[in-house]
Design a protein around this ligand. Structure first.
Ligand code: NDP
Length: 253
């Protein structure tokens, strides 16, 4: 039997990129998956269609994160979707994946850009966890998508990396807080991962990015999804408060 049969999961930002792969993988492991995005209902619906085609269960929901009322709106849709399909509102697995990148040299980062990065990448996950705790049963799982940039300097991404540092703090302190309930909280840090954005179609750029990994290739979303699926399952019950490096050896230097 797939290892997540009977479980429910929310993967934020799963309409595309790494989150999409995580949603597909958790569904393949048997979980009922809430596929979330903000801008494209069609993209989220397409992920649901792929999951159902593969024999899995999923539903789509839309909610923009990083704006007032974001968590409330997301949970209204999430609980409605869960109730229709399970009769309850239990959420066994929360994956905080949605995020926005920076890519701005330190001297050009504006307060508005900084606030936006922080609102989506750090504030929203904090309040999602806070809200989700009424739904997550004992033994549940929280996985926060961090970044290798919390340990690998790239000045272009300083503001973004700061938000991911905050994610690792969310992991550390909530892991302690939730351990009495058997809920594990862990961070996963991808390196450069092909999320389908145009730069991954430029061979010279890909070659340069690949050289950062010890395996001399860029990550595939599935590489990260495998790590998340491991953490979401019972095999990872003894791991909490950890940062799992999913960068293909980028941090080896
Ligand atoms: P993508 O840009 O490919 O996808 C981002 C996802 O998050 C989309 O589903 C998007 O939905 C959603 N999202 C973005 N902003 C918001 C918002 N304000 N409200 C709601 N949903 C939002 O990202 P990746 O797959 O590349 O990245 C996924 C995670 O992995 C992020 O946290 C990122 O920081 C992290 N990461 C990525 C790396 C990489 O190389 N790709 C490296 C290290 C970490 P929509 O389009 O509908 O808004």
């Amino acid at each position: 039997m797939p290892k997540l049969t009977g479980k429910t999961a929310l993967v934020t930002g799963s309409s595309r990129g790494i989150g999409r792969s995580i949603a597909l993988r958790l569904a393949r492991e048997g979980a009922l998956v809430a596929v979330h995005g903000s801008s494209s209902q069609e993209a989220a619906d397409e992920v649901v269609r792929l999951i159902e085609q593969d024999g899995g269960r999923a539903f789509a929901l839309q909610a923009e994160l990083g704006v007032p009322g974001d968590v409330h709106e997301l949970f209204l849709a999430l609980e409605r979707g869960l109730k229709e399909r399970t009769g309850g509102t239990d959420l066994d697995i929360l994956v905080n994946n949605a995020g926005v990148m920076g890519g701005t040299p330190p001297q050009d980062v504006t307060p508005e850009q900084f606030d936006r990065l922080y609102a989506v990448n750090a504030k929203a996950p904090f309040f999602l966890v806070q809200r989700a705790l009424t739904n997550i049963p004992d033994g549940g799982r929280i996985v926060n998508i961090s970044s290798g940039l919390t340990r690998f300097a790239n000045p272009q991404e300083v503001a973004y990396a700061m938000t991911k540092g905050a994610i690792d703090q969310l992991t550390l302190h909530y892991a302690k807080h939730l351990a009495p309930r058997g809920i594990t909280v862990n961070s996963v840090g991808p390196g450069i991962t092909d999320n389908g954005s145009p730069v991954f179609g430029i061979p010279e750029a890909v070659e340069q990015m690949a050289a950062l990994s010890a395996f001399n290739r860029v990550g595939r979303p599935e590489d990260v999804a495998s790590v998340v699926a491991f953490l979401a399952g019972d095999d990872a019950r003894w791991i909490t408060g950890s940062y799992l490096d999913a960068s293909g050896g980028t941090l080896l230097g």
